[in-house]
Design a protein around this ligand. Structure first.
Ligand code: GLU
Length: 498
């Protein structure tokens, strides 16, 4: 047997979608596992909706994920690589025309002169009779003379494929035996529009045949298209590929994943600071499992284990919390300088957005890694954790300064006392383990809960209620700035009480 040839065939009519990324990944994994070939073909025949910007988003998003193809266009608008090109459908129109001519010649397809009004009337009549929509076959058996008569007005005909009456059966590599009666396919279907545009069902089969695709691995939403595709493969005299339909990706409420209920664009996940290792790992497990307990796996580790037998039939729920957990796991595994390199753009974005007053240097971030590495669900969370270090004038909100169980007067007293302790302790050295005991003693002596006192200090020096461990935070800030921020918070509370 020849090594498999698989493909991803995105339409550049929208940004890279989670579902497309998952399908691309499964194809890439299958090719890597089997020593096969993975190609990318752009299905850009929907000229009105296809754009180079969407093409760029898709190709760059896949590259960003580390998904590479052996054949296809490398970059948006760029050259094709590979012996089966061109890999853009708009550059293959002559092939579709030749294939249509062959089907017409063998009467496996025919010209259809029905007007939009006729088809609309058919649809309405079927609706009224509670029948599913179906082409009535008005043009299916016209003689040459009748065709000439219907061709009046010079409107070019559409081309319809003749759907034979039979049950199409195939063994889906994921779903097992599938049988679909062609009477449910809506009648003879259009493969080329009157304006000459070839349609998806046709182009996908012409190209899968021409590109010698051995396995069509795609989303379950295409399952109902497959009988049409199988009929077309047969009509074109080409052996059918193996089909493998991947389970749908679902919203948490088990409806089909949609923009309305979930984030679907890969670029949004990138912008929030999900890292490629985690996204690849998570997407691979969205419908496939190792069959073992292993969870944290790299692309290569997954490729070594990947097979279609372990693809599940049932829908795969997209669980953002789990993705964040996995992202955190992968962030922990990054080398220091790699993590710093990936964090800096997020701090730079915080700077540009005015959330911090300058972008820190790589060295400044590097020394803070022990404090934040385990606390980052996403790279984008870095500003919340340590951004306070690069704010020149921190103004803590008095409403946030006062801990839940405290009133303003206690908070003021607490901060004044804490400031004295910190000033005293820090005069010799400023270390986390030297700051903690005297502050605990202070709380005990005054009958305060240490947690309340620490919360007041935390908000005073960072402006936030959630930060890395308090004493590390104080050390990172340094003695002078800690004291200055405590003074500012004390002044704020005094001002508020006046
Ligand atoms: N262009 C189609 C899509 O984006 C390809 C479907 C297929 O893999 O056959 O859905």
């Amino acid at each position: 047997m020849n090594p498999p040839r698989v493909r991803i065939a995105p339409s550049p009519t929208g940004p890279l979608h989670i579902g497309t990324a998952r399908t691309a990944l499964f194809n890439a994994l299958y090719a890597r596992h089997t020593g096969g070939t993975f190609l990318l073909r752009l299905e850009d025949t929907d000229v009105a909706r296809s754009t180079v910007a969407f093409e760029a988003d898709i190709l760059e998003g896949l590259h960003w994920l580390g998904i590479t193809w052996d054949e296809g266009p490398d970059a948006a608008g760029g050259e094709d690589n590979g012996p089966y090109g061109p890999y853009r459908q708009m550059q293959r129109l002559d092939r579709y025309a030749a294939a249509v001519a062959g089907l017409l010649e063998r009467d496996l397809a025919y010209p259809c002169f029905c007007s939009a009004e006729e088809l609309d009337a058919d649809r309405k009549a079927q609706e009224a009779a509670h029948l599913p929509p179906k082409y009535v076959g008005r043009c299916a058996t016209l003689t040459a003379d009748e065709r000439a008569a219907r061709a009046t007005g010079g409107r070019p005909p559409a081309i319809r494929f003749r759907v034979p009456a039979e049950v199409v059966a195939f063994d889906d590599a994921v779903r097992g035996r599938v049988e679909i009666d062609t009477s449910n396919l809506g009648g003879d279907f259009v493969i080329v529009r009157g304006d000459g545009t070839p349609l998806y069902h046709f182009t996908v089969v012409v190209d899968d045949a021409a590109m010698e695709i051995s396995h069509v691995i795609r989303g379950e939403d295409h399952l109902s298209n497959t009988p049409k595709h199988i009929l077309l493969f047969r009509a074109l005299g080409h052996p059918e590929p193996v089909f493998a339909h991947l389970p749908l990706i679902l919203n948490p409420d088990r409806t089909k994943m949609s923009k309305r209920k979930s984030q679907t664009a890969i670029s949004d996940y990138i912008a929030q600071g999900f890292i490629r290792e985690a996204l690849v790992n998570y997407l691979a497990l969205l419908g496939w499992s190792t069959g073992s307990e292993e969870e944290i796996l790299s692309f290569d580790e997954i490729a070594a284990r990947f097979d279609l037998d372990h693809v599940q039939k049932g829908g795969a729920v997209f669980d953002r919390e789990r993705l964040e957990w996995m992202n955190g796991q992968w962030i922990r595994r990054l080398a220091d300088d790699d993590l710093v390199t990936r964090l800096l753009p997020f701090l730079e974005a915080d700077h540009i957005a005015g959330r911090i007053d300058r972008t820190p240097t790589a060295d400044e971030v590097q020394v803070l890694l022990p404090m934040i590495r385990e606390r980052l669900p996403t790279l984008g969370a870095v500003g919340d954790l340590i951004g306070f270090l690069w704010i020149d004038r921190l103004v803590a909100d008095p409403a946030v300064l006062v801990p839940k169980r405290w009133d303003p007067a206690t908070t003021l007293a607490g901060l004044i006392a804490a400031r004295a302790v910190i000033a005293d302790t820090g005069a010799v050295s400023f270390e986390a383990d030297e700051l903690e005991p005297p502050l605990r003693e202070l709380a005990e002596a005054r009958g305060w809960k240490a947690g309340d006192l620490f919360m007041a200090i935390r908000v005073a020096v960072t402006g936030r209620t959630a930060t890395p461990p308090l004493f590390d935070t104080l050390v990172a800030l340094g003695r002078e700035r800690t004291l200055a921020r405590l003074d500012a918070a004390i002044a704020t509370l005094e001002g508020a009480s006046r």
